[in-house]
Design a protein around this ligand. Structure first.
Ligand SMILES: *Cc1c(COP(=O)(O)O)cnc(C)c1O
Ligand SMILES: [Zn+2]
Length: 407
């Protein structure tokens, strides 16, 4: 049976899969799901997963549950809380590739999920488990996208969704989604980190926590890697470039790749490159300094609000992912993010600011001579362009004025 285990290798504490603990009772570190060895060999499962794309079973129509042999549990078609998330395309970079100076650039666009961010991949798994566990109220702290996603899936599960947001810091679009889907919105003075601390301190036994430290969310997010590799017939890119905030996503990708390799689905893993915003860069700083622990950034500041996080909870897991893949961690300035975001827009793709850290990072690496022109790179775009329309309007105010004058 799949079960929970402490994510620290030396600790080895295990718990029942449905234990609601979010931290190891012995050492306090994060928990992770240990997946049973999947039944069926790799070539059989690869065929089965692809075949499910023509099925209307709600689990098969989901790009997450289609890969349920690598998820902790199959809850059955009736009990799976899904909005047909996943199944997002991979789009080739054109102007963006030229701009960054690379030949073989692809974007896996997780912003093209039901609520516009990759959070839906984890939320379907987390909400399905929450419902299974009998939860009636689910809660998260969020910079906006987790709130939008939780709100939608809570509505589908017919449970109360409650979201804690840093006041005045989430984009209006994300806040609007949470309200539209009927969540209770609690605004907290301070940063995302303060909101999360406040939520974790609340001892309400009725609350089911759905932050990314919830190990079921990590499981759902893993499937982005299954889809990506399936799309390329299980050939493995050289680099996988991912924005880093609370670092749940990069942790999930690392876990996926590690499991796929362990069970013989792939022979090697791509180098994972995590890109943080310079004003919210504790992991990049630690990497640069060769330190053993992160030093939280007390006042994280960046235009990329989805990654404005000073004390990322999943940093150990993410570091493990980087190390096992031979990758690295870096950061980019808000100005670099802005330029990259505008280029992704002009390539006809679009994304929210946090996602553009990837292209900004790639361009920066090329300019520094640290990346070969011919390598095969996949950048993960995490959020939809419409997630932060204020940012776009502001960025293009001058363009609008100039056009008005010219006509
Ligand atoms: C949540 C989010 C991130 C950061 O992901 P982490 O798992 O917290 O590192 C990046 N971009 C967008 C658009 C997000 O919503
Ligand atoms: Zn432990």
């Amino acid at each position: 049976m799949s079960h929970l285990r402490c994510s620290v290798a030396g600790c080895a504490t295990t718990l029942d899969l449905h234990d609601r603990a979010l931290a190891c009772p012995r050492c306090g570190e994060l928990l992770e799901v240990v997946i049973d060895s999947p039944s069926g060999d790799a070539s059989h499962l690869k065929r089965l997963w692809l075949g499910r794309r023509s099925s209307f079973d709600p689990r098969d129509a989901s790009g997450v549950w289609r890969f349920r042999e690598f998820l902790p549990l199959d809850y059955g078609a009736e009990n799976t809380i899904t909005l047909s998330e996943g199944n997002t395309p991979v789009v080739r970079g054109q102007k963006t590739a030229e701009w960054a100076g690379v030949r073989d650039l692809w974007f896996k666009h997780l912003g093209w999920n039901p609520t516009g961010s990759f959070k839906d991949l984890g939320m379907t798994a987390g909400m399905t488990e929450a419902k299974f566990a009998g939860a009636t109220t689910v809660a998260c702290a969020s910079t906006g996208n987790t709130a939008a996603s939780l709100a939608a899936y809570a509505a589908r599960a017919r449970v109360t969704g409650r979201v804690y947001l840093p006041a005045g810091q989430a984009s209006n679009n994300k806040l609007a989604q949470a309200l539209d889907f009927g969540a209770e919105v609690v605004e907290i003075e301070g940063s995302f980190d303060d909101a999360l601390n406040q939520l974790l301190a609340s001892k309400d036994p009725e609350l089911y926590f759905l932050n990314s430290i919830n190990p079921f969310r990590v499981e759902g997010q893993k499937t982005a890697m299954f889809e990506l590799l399936e799309r390329f017939d299980w050939r493995v890119p050289d680099y996988l470039v991912v924005p880093g905030g609370n670092l749940g996503n990069s942790s999930a990708f690392g876990k996926a790749l590690e499991e796929l390799k362990r069970f013989g689905f792939i022979e090697r893993v791509p180098q994972i490159v995590i890109v943080q915003a310079a004003g919210a860069n504790p992991l990049a700083r630690m990497w640069e300094a060769g330190a053993k622990e992160i030093t939280p950034v007390a006042k994280p500041e960046t235009v990329a609000t989805a990654i404005r996080i000073g004390n990322p909870r999943s940093w150990r897991k993410a570091l493990h992912a980087v190390e096992l893949s031979g990758g690295f961690v870096m950061d980019v300035t808000d100005e670099e993010i802005g330029e990259a975001k505008a280029m992704i827009g002009r390539d006809g793709i679009g994304c929210e600011p946090a996602s553009a850290t990837t292209l900004a990072g790639i361009r920066k690496l090329r300019a520094a001579g640290k990346l070969d022109r011919d390598v095969w790179i996949v950048a993960v775009l995490t959020g939809h362009a419409l997630k932060d329309t204020d940012y776009i309007s502001k960025q293009h105010e001058r363009t609008k004025r100039e056009l008005a004058l010219a006509h």
